[in-house]
Design a protein around this ligand. Sequence first.
Ligand SMILES: O=C(O)CCC(=O)C(=O)O
Ligand SMILES: [Fe+2]
Length: 278
Amino acid sequence: MAFTTKTFVRGTEIDVAPLEIISFKKIAERNEDECARLYKAAQSPGFFLLDVKDSEQYVADIQRVYALTEQYFSQPEEVKMKDFRLGDEFRGYKDYKGPNVSTFEVLRDEVDENASLPKAFQPETGVISRFVSDSQNLVTTMAARLSELLWPGSHNCLESHYRPSEASKTSLKVIRGPMLEKLADVGDNTHTDGGILTLMYCDKWTTQIELPNGGEWAWVDPIPGHAIVNVGDALQTFSGGRLRSCKHRVSQVGDGAEERWAITYFLRPADGVDPAAI
Ligand SMILES: O=C(O)CCC(=O)C(=O)O
Ligand SMILES: [Fe+2]
């Protein structure tokens, strides 16, 4: 992996993670060099940027989903609490009061069902539905190319883990996670993602990854028209450790409150598929 570079954000000099930029158009066309670069980035650091600018409609939909996210979280707490699902890890509204983060999550399987989306999304359910279907196409195309390189000559082994026609916890999750007045108040939320592949959209410098070998942290450049993609724990396990689920966290550069929205799409194993048992 290349070395970090430096840039200034909010008046502070920071280290930028040297992430590969993979063209979705090229991997969709099975460009061999691009697929090899995808595989390499998924091996190390397990984080990369996916250029999605070739689909004008999808890029416009990202902006619409940001706008809907803002509209949703701007509602009064008691309205959002109607979407709270007690004991359900993957569905509905959640308010994490400590870290000042709130989320709303809907399963891919349920996005087209009546009433699975709250009122604030209702005027644009078609946009959400198309965004989910296009995001699914991005992650499953990447999974198919990775599968071909992990198990040459075999038929899409990874598909047998996420089984697109069966029930799964594959989902869209939108997030309100504002930057805080004081950097010192941002708690440590270091984690890896549990699923197969994550797509993430966030237009601010708030994602940090742990660089391979050495445990140093660097910032992910939120380049417009690009998804931030990372390998999850299930894919690390399915690949026998050949692909890497990279530690990351949400933080902020310096002090200063600022509103912040993020959109995430998680490709997860089909219900009943246990990565630990593979
Ligand atoms: O809030 C964000 O920017 C995304 C957080 C994240 O890494 C996740 O939801 O897995
Ligand atoms: Fe994450």
